[in-house]
Design a protein around this ligand. Structure first.
Ligand SMILES: Nc1ncnc2c1ncn2[C@@H]1O[C@H](COP(=O)(O)OP(=O)(O)OP(=O)(O)O)[C@@H](O)[C@H]1O
Ligand SMILES: [Mg+2]
Length: 455
């Protein structure tokens, strides 16, 4: 399963959070149980008040009715008071909340029946009224004592419940908190150690690569998180680096070899040929025979041409001007020496003066020089162009070499001859970490070759 580093980091706090939420749910559940009991206690309180009010109203009503029955007269105020007391009595019974034992017993409906018998509108006789009131109040006191008993029992169990709840809540909270802390610590210790070990190993590998010890670090066989992706990238990066360094060393060796051959040619062959030329010149001066002198002079001319050709070869093997005047001047010298005849396409050269301030090492200069020469050669050989532009310039911090012609354009790779030039350009560019691209030219037709190198 793929778990990102971010998710791994959040695993410990998430576990603690889940445990705390569970604890909260437990507390809520216990409180809810307690609150139903508290509601019952509230109902008992209301019932007590209602019972007291009903009793009081019944007593006053009985007294008033008795007085009225004895005198046999009733003033309108007294009649109004009677009906008001009866209403209050009825209302008080209506407010009785059925709870616990009262729910099923039917005593409340019994009270209602008895209360209806007390209705003064029925104008009962004195004895019957007294009897009804006595029955009603007996029933009231029965309900009251049941309520009292239930209330006592409830108070006792409520106290016990609260004690139990506090005890339970304390034990459960402490246990859950300890568990959450231990679990959080264990998970974060495990994950941080796991991440730290892998980061340390990655940083060791990176330091080794930076120190130049190019050993391919191990790569995980499957990607589980970003660190595995990083390990695979470092592995691939090292493999590519080894390949690039190998190519660079190879090219460096080849350039060194060419320099040595150029020096040998100069010091040995060129000086031998110059000695022979001097010998021939002396010989021609001392020769009286005209025909023989003409032959010697022809030989001198051939030898001078051979010496010029040898100098070209030496320069091609190792362009000395590059060491002396730099990249721009070397390209300019090449164009002037080899690309300036009428039969060849016209060229325009632009060298940005900023390029001279660039601190390019010898190998990079050589690589770019050889790439430029091959790109120019290709224009002359293949493009059938009438003109081309060679630019060497700085675009912010990037060195850009471009050779752009107005020729027929690059054929598709499938229709291209298999030369070594393009391949060499790509290899040389890779060895100095430059990028090369061939794209349509900005002229109406043709090719633009571009090399970019970040300085
Ligand atoms: N500027 C260009 N315009 C048109 N075609 C080009 C241009 N540059 C290269 N090509 C095409 O690319 C092909 C390959 O070029 P590449 O330099 O690799 O080989 P080559 O020049 O034929 O031989 P080599 O460079 O080995 O002497 C050429 O044959 C040519 O068709
Ligand atoms: Mg070529």
């Amino acid at each position: 399963m793929r778990i990102t580093v971010k998710q791994q980091v959040f695993l410990a706090p998430a576990t603690i959070l889940i445990l705390l939420v569970l604890l909260l749910a437990f507390m809520q559940y216990t409180y809810w149980e307690l609150s139903t009991k508290r509601q019952e206690a509230k109902a008992i309180g209301t019932t007590f008040v209602a019972l007291a009010e009903a009793d009081m109203a019944a007593r006053r009503l009985h007294l008033l009715l008795r007085t009225m029955q004895h005198t046999g007269m009733a003033s309108p105020e007294e009649m109004a008071l009677v009906s008001d007391l009866y209403e209050r009595l009825f209302d008080a019974i209506g407010r009785l909340k059925p709870f616990g034992p009262l729910k099923e017993s039917g005593q409340i409906s019994q009270l209602f029946t008895l209360a209806e018998e007390l209705n003064p509108a029925n104008s009962p006789q004195i004895e019957k009224t007294a009897e009804s009131f006595a029955r009603f109040r007996t029933e009231l006191s029965t309900v009251s004592s049941i309520t009292q008993m239930h209330s006592n029992r409830l108070r006792l169990s409520h106290e016990q419940d609260i004690n139990q709840l506090v005890e339970h809540a304390a034990i459960v909270s402490i246990s859950v908190l300890i568990l959450a802390i231990l679990l959080g610590l264990a998970i974060s210790a495990y994950i941080s150690r796991r991440i730290l070990n892998r980061v340390q190993s990655l940083s060791r590998n990176a330091v080794q690569i930076a120190d130049g010890k190019l050993e391919i670090p191990p790569a995980p066989d499957r990607i589980r998180d970003e660190l595995d992706t990083l390990a695979i990238s470092i592995n691939r990066m090292t493999t590519r680096l080894i390949r690039v360094v190998g190519t660079e060393k190879l090219l460096e060796g080849a350039e060194e070899e060419r320099r040595r051959i150029a020096m040998d040619l100069h010091d040995q062959s060129l000086s031998d040929l110059s000695t022979i030329l001097r010998g021939l010149q002396n010989l021609s001066v001392g020769t009286e025979d005209k025909t023989a002198r003409t032959k010697i002079e022809r030989l001198e001319e051939d030898l001078e041409r051979a010496i010029t050709n040898l100098r070209d070869i030496m320069n091609n093997l190792h362009p000395q001007i590059l060491d002396i005047l730099g990249l721009g001047a070397a390209i300019e010298a090449h164009l002037e020496q080899h690309c300036c005849t009428d039969k060849l396409p016209e060229y325009h050269l632009h060298i940005d003066p900023q390029v001279n301030n660039l601190d390019l090492d010898r190998l990079k200069q050589l690589a770019i020089y050889r790439i430029a020469i091959e790109a120019i050669q290709n224009v002359i050989k293949h493009a059938a162009a009438s003109r081309y532009e060679v630019n060497l310039e700085m675009c912010e911090k990037t060195l850009v070499l471009s050779v752009e012609d107005n020729g027929k354009g690059m054929p598709d790779p499938a229709n291209r001859d298999n030369g070594r030039g393009l391949n060499n350009i790509s290899e040389r560019a890779k060895s100095i970490s430059a990028e090369v691209i061939w794209k349509p030219s900005r002229f109406s037709s043709g090719t633009r070759f571009e090399l970019t190198l970040q300085s």
